[in-house]
Design a protein around this ligand. Sequence first.
Ligand code: UDP
Length: 310
Amino acid sequence: MKYLITGGAGFIGSHLVSNIIDSAEKIIVIDNLITGNMSNIDEFKKNKNFEFVKHDIQYHFDPKENIDYVIHLASCASPVAYSENPINTLKSGSIGTINALGIARKYNSKFLLTSTSEVYGDPKESPQSESYWGNVNPVGPRSMYDESKRFAEAATQAYITEYSVNASIVRIFNTYGPNMQLDDGRVVTNFIVQALGNEDITIYGNGQQTRSFSYIEDTVSGLLKALYYKKPDIFNIGNDNEITILELAKIILKLTNSKSKIVNNPLPKDDPMQRRPDLTKSQSILGYKTQIDLEEGLVKTINWVKQTRG
Ligand code: UDP
């Protein structure tokens, strides 16, 4: 099978490649390297079935060969990265998604859109199921990401309806693990780096906001199940173990034996107060099941951060 993966040099993309490289006939990764990193995919370059193209999917791309699966991951995804690159983020989700869908249409490929729990915004219901429409501020500080992914979902749905493209949408909830960018401001990496350096742990607000953290290998297993699912559909993928950010800080302090103090910084505007996936649909239709609990995943991530920073 031949795969085309936009954003394949990023955090999630690189793990996806790692999972399929041995069985794939060919993998073409295209990435503009804004947040992707060649070091994430260096190990794959020795495989003759692997090809890397530095390209931004907001511009036309034609692989000029039959592709069985198109996976569209390309996007800035952390609050820091998408605030620094608002227009590029909007273009990856809009024009980029249209271009990626065009490839799937031309080559009759199965298409997977990686959307996000951010389409639910600051949710008014919890847990969030796929049928919830969300609560998003269209001009807020997170809107470039939320709205680009909402557009991407609408575009995918339109290609399903008008051109019969076989496409699935996955809404990915907070995912962590090796190959994350250490300086992109996300909470798991921020807290680990701070704890290992015995620096202050910066909780934004009072730490009572919640997230549900999924280890990368669990998330990737869900993406692959959705990719290989035969019919167009939409699935939440993540872990439904919901904790407060204060609890997360305490777990990381314990696992690192850190002397760091917890400090409270201002809560960013429109920061969602709760987030927890309803996984009923992905569990029953895809057989999706998480395997790695939070402490186990955090230990793996802490060890990777230690190795990476020497
Ligand atoms: N957060 C925090 N301290 C940090 C970084 C993030 O308290 O140093 C909070 C942030 O305000 C949010 C949560 O942790 O409530 C998750 O933030 P992240 O940027 O990782 O992801 P997202 O907000 O997109 O879920």
